[in-house]
Design a protein around this ligand. Structure first.
Ligand code: TYM
Length: 338
């Protein structure tokens, strides 16, 4: 079976709707057709300010949400990045193959370091994309043209490009080792926008929490956020992201959650007001996320069991990662321990 791999940062108490529609929901669908590896990337999360106890809770919360949305330990390898030490090891080697200028062109570092300035940012934040490349390439399928997919949102495209570049460079310098991964980006949900600032993507660092739908939101706040979403001064429910970003985003979300194409929704809401669209969307969101929320809380009620599930995932991931590192260590010229 072809391989698929992806990751999510444990930097919030809940995944938001962008994480869910842009990435995580698609992971579930891919676990049957692919050999799947999905990880909570806690090593990436420590590159910015954080509290250790909060991080530990969020790692568990992230894992619980992954299981709650439908990833199954029997069909997917779900694990925590830091529990597989090969990630750090390969990142070092790939770092030695990355140009300083090349790393400097990564736009996410510029965005994320903008707030406090690049001088205050950590070197870990700077080398973040290299660790991400290591996350991916450790799980390279055996050579021979098997496809290798990484399901992510639009904002990860540049990181995937760097990963491909580094894979190619390693292969060229040391001999064929890695399959170059493809970004698996679903166009319709690649960029879910903020509800309050619909010209910006929904993001953990949004200025207003009202703009972010968290999948673990309680029904009250969830409904309120949708009812208060920014729209426009017209009345027509029509998909036109240029002039009607707010309404178009709501249509995108509704179509993704309910499975009805956007044209169908435009027909359904012909003559109706924005209030009606929001009301139906809120109902759909409650229906979708209610069970996920419940299941997440159930899983969190037994942290020891959750930790055991993750330990099994890490064990399976380690086997694959260690196999890749054996080859890599040999190729780069390290000496085998005698
Ligand atoms: P992270 O944790 O920021 O986001 C997790 C996933 O959610 C997607 N996403 C969105 N999709 C659509 N609309 C949005 N508004 C939106 N916001 C976020 C992201 O594209 C991502 O797929 N660097 C990665 C984590 C990572 C990783 C990896 C991913 C580390 N190693 C290896 C893939 C493979 C990140 O920060 O994702």
């Amino acid at each position: 079976r072809p391989r698929v791999l992806s990751g999510i940062q444990p930097t919030a108490d809940s995944f938001h709707l962008g994480n869910y529609l842009g990435a995580v929901r698609n992971w579930v669908g891919l676990q049957d057709s692919h050999e799947a590896f999905y990880m909570v990337v806690d090593m990436h999360a420590i590159t910015v300010d954080y509290d250790p106890e909060v991080l530990r809770q969020r790692i568990r919360r992230s894992a619980a949400q992954l299981f709650a949305v439908g990833l199954e330990p029997s069909r997917s390898t779900v694990f925590v990045q830091s529990q597989v030490h090969e990630h750090a090891e390969l990142a070092w080697i790939l770092g030695a193959l990355t140009g300083f200028g090349e790393a400097s062109r990564m736009t996410q570092f510029k965005d994320k370091s903008a707030k406090h300035g690049t001088q205050a940012a950590s070197v870990g934040l700077f080398t973040y994309p290299i660790l991400q490349a290591a996350d991916i390439l450790l799980y390279t399928p055996p050579l021979g043209g098997k496809d290798f997919q990484v399901p992510v949102g639009e904002d990860q495209r540049q990181h995937l490009e760097l990963t491909r570049t580094l894979a190619g460079r390693f292969n060229h310098r040391f001999g064929p080792t890695f399959v170059e991964p493809d970004a698996h980006i679903l166009k319709s949900t690649a960029k879910i926008q903020d509800l309050q600032e619909p010209e910006r993507k929904m993001s953990k660092s949004s200025s207003s929490p009202q703009g972010i739908i968290d999948i673990l939101d309680e029904p009250g706040p969830l409904k309120k956020k949708i009812m208060r979403a920014v729209t426009d001064a017209e009345t027509e429910i029509r998909y036109d992201p240029e002039t009607k970003p707010g309404v178009s985003n709501l249509l995108t979300i509704m179509s993704a959650l309910g499975g009805e194409p956007i044209e169908g929704l435009e027909g359904h809401f012909a003559g109706a007001g924005y209030g009606q669209l929001k009301k139906e969307l809120a109902e759909l969101a409650l229906e979708t996320f209610g069970p996920i929320r419940e299941r997440t809380l159930e899983l969190l009620a037994d942290p020891a069991e959750l930790d055991r599930m993750l330990a099994k995932g890490a064990e399976r991931a380690s086997e694959v990662a260690a196999g890749t590192m054996d080859t890599v260590r040999e190729r780069v010229g390290y000496l085998r321990r005698g």
